[in-house]
Each structure stands twice: as structure tokens, then as C-alpha cells.
Design a protein around this ligand. Structure first.
Ligand SMILES: [Zn+2]
Length: 68
């Protein structure tokens, strides 16, 4: 089993570039922040699906590097 890092979501696009959305916690708040484009969004619940959705929509990044 790969170790799951819940502080970020990482995907690769079809060109092999890595895109990372970080999940930052500030008290009870969670904020998503994209390293590639600077996109930010508050996400109090289940931030990871929203992070993946951004990676797909904004960067066409669908490849999960933690999957074989
Ligand atoms: Zn982005």
C-alpha cells in the first residue's frame, strides 16, 4: 500500500508534468492551493475530490503517480 499524503493531491498531465494542489489547514478551515496556477478555494469538507476536479479541469492532469 502506498502511503497516502493527505496534505496534497498530485497528478501528472499527459505531457508528464506534475501538478500539485496543496491542502492547507488553518484551524478548522481547509484551503486548497494549486502550485501550478495559484488557484485557491476554501473547502471545509472533503477537499481532495475538489482538488482532483481542479487538476483535471484546469490542467488535464489525470495520472495518479501513486498508482502503478
Ligand atoms: Zn491549477
Amino acid at each position: 500500500m502506498p502511503r497516502i499524503d493527505t496534505s496534497k493531491v498530485s497528478r501528472w498531465d499527459l505531457h508528464g508534468r506534475e501538478h500539485v494542489v496543496r491542502v492547507e489547514r488553518t484551524g478548522v478551515q481547509r484551503t486548497l492551493r494549486c502550485d501550478t496556477c495559484g488557484w485557491r478555494r476554501g473547502a471545509p469538507f472533503l477537499p481532495w475530490p475538489k482538488a482532483r476536479e481542479h487538476l483535471v479541469r484546469a490542467h488535464q492532469a489525470t495520472v495518479d503517480p501513486s498508482e502503478p
